[in-house]
Design a protein around this ligand. Structure first.
Ligand code: PSV
Ligand code: MN
Ligand code: MN
Length: 424
C-alpha cells in the first residue's frame, strides 16, 4: 500500500482556498514566521514499531483488521503516515518483537519510504521462547549473575542489529524492581543494575547514545530499580558521556512537574529525549495531547528555551519518539493525531515572546508571565502546521485524506480482517 501523491494533491486543492485564508490570518500575527516554518519543516517524530497494531490491555485485545503482519508491513504503514504528514520519518524498533531478518533489505525498504532507524529498544521485561533463564525477578538487577549476563548479552545483540540498520541509540527500559517490602536489597539491586549497564555501555560504539528510561511503578508495584528521573540521572552520570535520561511522559507520579524535570535534565546536558503519550491515571499510553495539551506545551516551552540556551539543534539533538498505543482507535489515525499534537505544542512554544517572558520573570511579574505563555498557547497554530505539511508535500488534513482514500479498507483487503501485529 503506497499513498499516491496526486491523490494528496487533489485533496489539498479542494481545501486550498479555505486553508490560505486561515494561514494568512495567523501568519500576520507571527513575528518570527520564517523561523517557525523552517523549524516545523525539520521536526520529525519517530514511530514505534509496536504502535501500528491495536494495543491490548491485560483484559483483552480487539484487533482492528488490516494490521501489519510483519516488520515490512509496519514500515509500509509508517510510510503511509509519513506520506500524509511528512513528519514521521523514523522508526523505533523493539527487539525481539520486530527482529529484521535481513537488515540490508529492511534498511533499503525503510529508505524507500523516506524512513531512518531511530533508537533501538531492548526487551528484558518478557521471557521469550527458548530463553534459558527467566526475567520473573528482574533482568539487569537479578540476584543471579547468569540472568544478568543473559540480559546484558541481549542488549549487546540489539546494539549490533541497530548498527546494521544505521541507528545510533539504545533505549533501555527495565521492568526490574520488587512488588513487596523486603523482597529486594535496594542497594544491591542498584549496584547489579549499574554493573550490567556498564557492560552494555562498553559495547556501544563511540557515536551511540544510551537512553535510560525511568518509570515509577508497573509491572512492579513496591519499588522500581530505575524509578524516577533522579535515579536515572544517577546511573547515567556514573556511566559517562554517552548515557542520557529518557523521559516517558506517562512514567511519573500524578501531577509531577514534568516541565521542570525537562528543564533541569537539559541544564545538566543529560536529557536523551522523549517517549510522548498522554495519561489521566498512570502509564495510560493515550494519544499525545488528548488529555493535557497545556502540559505538553509547557514541556515544549522548556525544551525550546533550554535547547536554545545550550545552542542545540531542535530537530536532531534529542530523541523524539511516540510511545502510545491503545485499543479503540485506528492505529494510523491515532498516530497522526499524536504527531499533530506534538507539532502544535512545538509551534506554540516557538511563538512564545521570550524577551517579554524574561522581563516578566526579572520583575517577578507572575501575571504577565502567564499572559505571555497563554498568548502563545491560545493561538490557533494549526494552519501553520498544516502549511508546513503542505510545503513538504503532505496532506492539509491527514486524517481526512486517510479516510477519503480508504486506506484502512484497502489494508484489510490486502492483509485480511483478522491480522494481529506483534507487540504488547
Ligand atoms: C514501558 O512502560 C514502556 O514505556 C517502555 O518504553 C517499553 O519499551 C514500552 O513501554 C513498551 O510498550
Ligand atoms: Mn516508554
Ligand atoms: Mn510506558
Amino acid at each position: 500500500m503506497q499513498i499516491e501523491k496526486y491523490k494528496i494533491d487533489e485533496a489539498n486543492n479542494q481545501q486550498a482556498a479555505a486553508h490560505q485564508r486561515k494561514f494568512d490570518f495567523v501568519a500576520e500575527g507571527v513575528a518570527n514566521l520564517d523561523e517557525v516554518m523552517g523549524k516545523l519543516a525539520e521536526f520529525n517524530i519517530a514511530i514505534p514499531s509496536w504502535a501500528l497494531g491495536t494495543g491490548g490491555t491485560r483484559f483483552g485485545r480487539f484487533s482492528g483488521g488490516g494490521e501489519p503482519r510483519s516488520l515490512e508491513e509496519k514500515i509500509e504503514d509508517i510510510g503511509v503516515l509519513h506520506a500524509l504528514n511528512r513528519s514521521s520519518g523514523a522508526i523505533s524498533l523493539h527487539i525481539p518483537w520486530d527482529i529484521p531478518k535481513d537488515a540490508k533489505a529492511i534498511k533499503a525498504l525503510a529508505a524507500q519510504h523516506g524512513l531512518r532507524f531511530d533508537a533501538m529498544n531492548s526487551n528484558t521485561f518478557q521471557d521469550q521462547a527458548n530463553q534459558p533463564l527467566s526475567y520473573k525477578f528482574g533482568s539487569l538487577q537479578h540476584v543471579d549473575k547468569n540472568v544478568r549476563k543473559q540480559a546484558v548479552e541481549h542488549n549487546i545483540e540489539v546494539i549490533k542489529q541497530g548498527i546494521e540498520l544505521g541507528s545510533n541509540a539504545l533505549t533501555v527500559w527495565l521492568a526490574d524492581g520488587s512488588s513487596f517490602p523486603g523482597q529486594l536489597n535496594f542497594r544491591k539491586a542498584f549496584e547489579n543494575t549499574y554493573e550490567s549497564l556498564q557492560e552494555i555501555y562498553a559495547a556501544m560504539p563511540d557515536d551511540w547514545k544510551m537512553y535510560l528510561e525511568y518509570k515509577c511503578y508497573e509491572p512492579n508495584f513496591y519499588s522500581t530499580t530505575v524509578a524516577d528521573w533522579g535515579q536515572s540521572l544517577l546511573y547515567v552520570n556514573k556511566l559517562g558521556p554517552k548515557a542520557y535520561t529518557l523521559v516517558d511522559l506517562g512514567h511519573h507520579l500524578p501531577n509531577a512537574n514534568i516541565e521542570q524535570i525537562v528543564s533541569l535534565l537539559l541544564m545538566e546536558g543529560k536529557l536523551a529525549g522523549f517517549h510522548f503519550n498522554d495519561s489521566k491515571y498512570g502509564d495510560d499510553d493515550l494519544t499525545v495531547g488528548s488529555i493535557n495539551p497545556y502540559q505538553l506545551f509547557l514541556i515544549f516551552n522548556e525544551l525550546v528555551e533550554g535547547m536554545d540556551a545550550r545552542g542545540m539543534n531542535h530537530a536532531n539533538d534529542l530523541g523524539w519518539m511516540i510511545d502510545a498505543s491503545h485499543n479503540v482507535k485506528d492505529p494510523i489515525e491515532d498516530l497522526l493525531q499524536s504527531v499533530e499534537a506534538i507539532k502544535i505544542a512545538y509551534a506554540q512554544a516557538l511563538l512564545v515572546d521570550k524577551k517579554k517572558l524574561v522581563q516578566a520573570q526579572l520583575n517577578n511579574d507572575a501575571a504577565l508571565a502567564q499572559e505571555v505563555l497563554q498568548q502563545a498557547y491560545r493561538t490557533d497554530v494549526r494552519p501553520l502546521v498544516a502549511e508546513s505539511r503542505l510545503r513538504a508535500g503532505g496532506a492539509l488534513d491527514p486524517i481526512g485524506a486517510f479516510r477519503d482514500m480508504q486506506v484502512r479498507s484497502n489494508l484489510i483487503k490486502e492483509r485480511g480482517e483478522k491480522t494481529v501485529a506483534t507487540g504488547l
